[in-house]
Design a binder for this molecule. Structure first.
Ligand SMILES: [Zn+2]
Length: 201
């Protein structure tokens, strides 16, 4: 196999990259000068080697605990629940949320055979049970899977005494959180709807 064929084959191994996209990316890579090509491979290896998940919330970090969890200025009594770690960066860019996060690692999906055990719901319940949490904001995607997951997590938190809210419908139905712009996300968080009253109603 030629080096180019091997590159295309590797690119095609990425989810969502088909033959055409792989060829297009390979063409871009071949046009790089050798310094830039080296920088790209270096970035891939470094990101892959150094990035790990925060042991508290599941966010991506190079340390044991992510920068959000390590920041004592953040509201320690609010947890925003997201499907993927990449969703955190999107919400952070909106700049309206100052609490903590919890990454589920996906959404419930009977079609893809993703059940509650495969998501980090137990970890969330544990954090809530440990006390000091006033509100859990469910910021899963506005897809059927995201909605189902939000309802499931809300049901699990029923009776825990915390307020449970769902981000507002500013997010277009069917939208992936990661593809939503920050203004919309900001509005959706501010206009969230309370599902469970918690102590303060
Ligand atoms: Zn964290």
């Amino acid at each position: 196999m030629t080096a180019l064929a091997r590159l295309i084959l590797n690119l095609k191994g990425l989810p969502g990259i088909g033959e055409k996209s792989a060829q297009r990316i390979a063409r871009c890579i071949l046009r790089l000068d050798s310094d830039d090509a080296f920088a790209l491979t270096e970035a891939i290896v470094q990101a892959r080697t150094l990035t790990r998940t925060c042991k508290r919330c599941g966010n991506l970090t190079e340390d044991e605990v992510c920068s959000v969890c390590a920041d004592s200025a953040r509201m320690q009594n609010e947890i925003c629940v997201v499907q993927e770690a990449f969703d955190i960066a999107v919400i952070e860019r909106a700049g309206v949320y100052k609490g903590l996060y919890h990454v589920l690692g996906g959404a419930l999906s009977p079609l893809e055979d993703i059940s509650a055990d495969e998501l980090n719901i137990a970890g969330l319940l544990e954090r809530v049970r440990a006390g000091n949490i006033k509100e859990v904001i469910l910021a899963t995607s506005a897809t059927t899977e995201g909605e189902t997951t939000a309802l499931y997590v809300a049901a699990q938190l029923k009776g825990s005494g915390v307020r449970v809210s769902r981000i507002a419908r500013g997010i277009p139905v069917g939208a992936d959180l990661g593809l939503t712009d920050e203004v919309t996300i900001g509005k959706a968080i501010r206009g969230r709807e309370i599902l469970e009253g918690g102590e303060q109603g």
